[in-house]
Ligand binder design. Structure first.
Ligand SMILES: [Zn+2]
Length: 242
């Protein structure tokens, strides 16, 4: 397919027609994210949908194929690690990917108004928010300012980790990711209904800072393997990490 390559050329409907359509079902959306992460990890990103033509094409409306509810960590930039561009991802980030009312409302907007078929809760190893919550719980000293709002949102995950005998920080992170998935579904009947109807899926994923690899920590859409043959999404780049 041709691609618009003339800087300053007038955008038009034919440009949009050249674009690959956005995935509209959960499994295909998941496969698209997995493919983008593999390109990023391998050092061969395509940087799709980042050119001026696409910018103009999506100005009149957005149809992102995934919501990313991610940690705010500066090393977790969604469009970079999934090798995507403008209009692809609806990104909601807070420290420790906490899921308060504004986050829930943002997710519901994307899923019900924009028709986004996939929600990813994206955490990462060595998460500072989880570490801060663990320190606060261990010392009994609340952090200053508004930080307790973040700490308090992570505490249920810490209690769950303790109950399950998990003490290492990355194990706690995985539990916190799964807990956030459950919070989204438990606190948002609107989202739960979209999932029950098969129009949307919610997946928890964890990112490894050094390797750049994203791996699922909760079940993925059942048909994802139909569209995607990643080998494993866990360690293919670990040996390439510094
Ligand atoms: Zn974090």
């Amino acid at each position: 397919m041709s691609r618009p390559g003339t800087p300053g050329a007038q955008p038009g409907p034919q440009w949009a027609a050249d674009r690959a359509p956005m995935p509209t079902e959960p499994a295909r959306a998941y496969a698209e994210l997995a493919a983008g992460n593999r390109r990023f990890v391998s050092g061969a990103p395509r940087h799709p949908n980042q050119d001026a033509g696409h910018r103009a094409a999506v100005a009149d409306g957005q149809h992102p194929f995934a919501v990313i509810v991610g940690c705010s960590d500066s090393r977790l930039a969604a469009e970079i690690i999934f090798d995507r561009g403008l209009g692809d991802l609806f990104v909601v980030r807070t420290a420790g990917h906490t899921a308060g009312p504004e986050v829930l409302g943002s997710v519901e907007y994307a899923v019900t108004v924009l028709g986004t078929p996939l929600v990813v809760v994206l955490g990462h190893d060595s998460c500072g928010a989880v570490q801060a919550a663990r320190e606060a719980a261990a010392t009994g000293v609340a952090p200053p300012g508004h930080l307790p709002a973040v700490v308090d949102a992570v505490l249920p995950s810490l209690r769950r980790a303790t109950a399950e005998g998990v003490a290492d920080i990355d194990g706690i992170v995985d539990i916190h990711i799964a807990q956030t998935v459950e919070t989204l579904l438990g606190q948002s009947p609107v989202l739960a209904d979209e999932v029950a109807q098969g129009r949307c899926a919610v997946v928890g994923m964890s990112y490894r800072l050094a390797a750049g690899v994203v791996r699922p920590v909760t079940p993925v859409p059942s048909a994802a393997a139909t569209f995607d043959a990643p080998g494993t999404s866990d360690d293919p780049a670990a040996s390439a990490a510094a």
